[in-house]
Design a protein around this ligand. Structure first.
Ligand SMILES: Nc1nc2c(ncn2[C@@H]2O[C@H](COP(=O)(O)OP(=O)(O)OP(=O)(O)O)[C@@H](O)[C@H]2O)c(=O)[nH]1
Length: 372
């Protein structure tokens, strides 16, 4: 990680630890997401593969080392992660020893309302049994609900060399896909991720899982791409603050180091707010939190609050930041556009409750910093 100089944080209105602040628009956005999206995500896999650890580290801020003391999960654990978060969904941690043939295991109930099934494979262990279980799980779930997205976390890769990681991913994906083809499940698509709770890979993988469940994703991506092009910004992420899941980014490729820097910036902001934040500000309607970190490679990390749950984090060159007025003006346009994407009032006026899409790809009248 690069060292930081010129560190300036304006945390005046950022809420304290729980982020329990109130804003009418934000409540509306949360309501839209709870009614439109509210996906259920299942965490499945063999015993001790790391399911509970993933859930605790990503959503409950447990430190990775503490997971060593987690006890085996005995029954399905349902975790509602809608509190204080932009993303409103439930995670069900399914114990590794669950038996599909058991009549108590209601397949329709469990798979029926599920948006994504994350299957965790322990990459530090023999994975033949895990692949058999994966095959059984996926084929049963697909028969009940063909809409489920299947996300395979090849987990605990912190113990593997880079070459070994790539080879493991190739081997697991080849075997898993071959077995499904042989069983005639050719339409079924599996996505594979290399993950570990000891770095940011687990947050990145979870971000991608969650993004696929957000119907407005492509609109958000278009808005961010438009913002980036007009503001001489190199990369922009829209983060759910509490979980550090990024719900969208612009069209350019995500590089892991940039993502990690942005996550660390959010951690710094939260820590500063928890220590020095103003209790009084919890009820402030208008939030305007800003954080700027100047790196020693002539880049700047620039964070701006978009809604009470979402922050925009940008990476840009020093010289581009001289046009901060334009960058800030464009953020205002972006903020308005994001609010209109999730505009509850418009939605409620529609008889079928479907969000109107026309005009949503437009970010309004952006200023172009290259011409300024
Ligand atoms: N090295 C490493 N160990 C991990 C990682 N994730 C989890 N573990 C360890 O794996 C062990 C089992 O983790 P759990 O989260 O309890 O596994 P589980 O899948 O929930 O297990 P059951 O509840 O029995 O189904 C713990 O000792 C964790 O510390 C990881 O990314 N890397």
């Amino acid at each position: 990680m690069e060292s930081h100089e010129g560190f300036g944080v304006s945390v005046g209105s950022m809420p304290k630890a729980a982020f329990s602040y109130h804003g009418e628009d934000d409540d509306q956005i949360a309501t839209v997401l709870s009614s439109d999206v509210k996906p259920r995500i299942l965490l499945m896999g063999l015993r001790r593969s790391g399911k509970s650890s993933i859930q605790k580290v990503v959503f409950h801020k447990m430190s990775p080392n503490e997971t060593l003391f987690l006890e085996s999960t005995a029954k399905i654990f349902k975790d509602d992660v809608s509190n204080n978060s932009f993303i409103n969904f439930q995670i069900w941690d399914i114990p590794g020893q669950v038996d599909f043939l058991d009549t108590n295991f209601d397949l329709d109930m469990i798979f029926g309302g599920t948006g994504a099934l994350i299957f965790v494979v322990d990459a530090q262990d023999e994975y033949i049994d895990a692949l058999t279980c994966l095959h059984q799980t996926v084929s049963k779930a697909y028969r009940v609900n063909p809409q489920i997205r299947f996300e395979i976390f090849i987990h605990k890769v912190d113990g593997l060399s880079d070459d070994h990681k790539i080879e493991t991913q190739r081997d697991i994906s080849q075997r898993a896909n071959e077995e499904l083809h042989e069983a005639g499940l050719t339409d079924l698509h599996l996505s594979f991720y290399l993950t570990s709770i000891y770095d940011h890979s687990i947050f990145e993988a979870f971000s991608k899982v969650v993004q696929k469940l957000i119907p407005q994703l492509s609109t958000l991506e278009n808005l961010l791409s438009s913002y980036v092009q007009n503001s001489m910004v190199e990369k922009a992420f829209l983060f759910d603050v509490v979980s550090k899941i990024y719900i969208a980014t612009d069209g350019s490729a995500v590089d892991m180091q940039s993502y990690e820097l942005c996550c660390e910036m959010i951690d710094v902001m939260i820590d500063m707010t928890c220590i020095y934040g103003d209790d009084e500000s919890e009820c402030a309607c208008e939030q305007d939190s800003t954080c700027i970190i100047r790196l020693n490679n002539s880049s700047i990390l620039y964070l701006r609050e978009i809604t009470r749950f979402l922050v925009l984090v940008c990476i840009l060159r020093d010289e581009a930041f001289t046009k901060r007025g334009i960058i800030d003006y464009n953020i205002l346009c972006l903020q308005k556009a994001i609010h209109s994407v999730f505009d509850v009032r418009t939605k409620l006026n529609k008889p079928n409750g479907v969000l109107p899409v026309e005009g949503m790809n437009s970010i309004g009248h952006l200023a172009n910093s290259t011409n300024a």
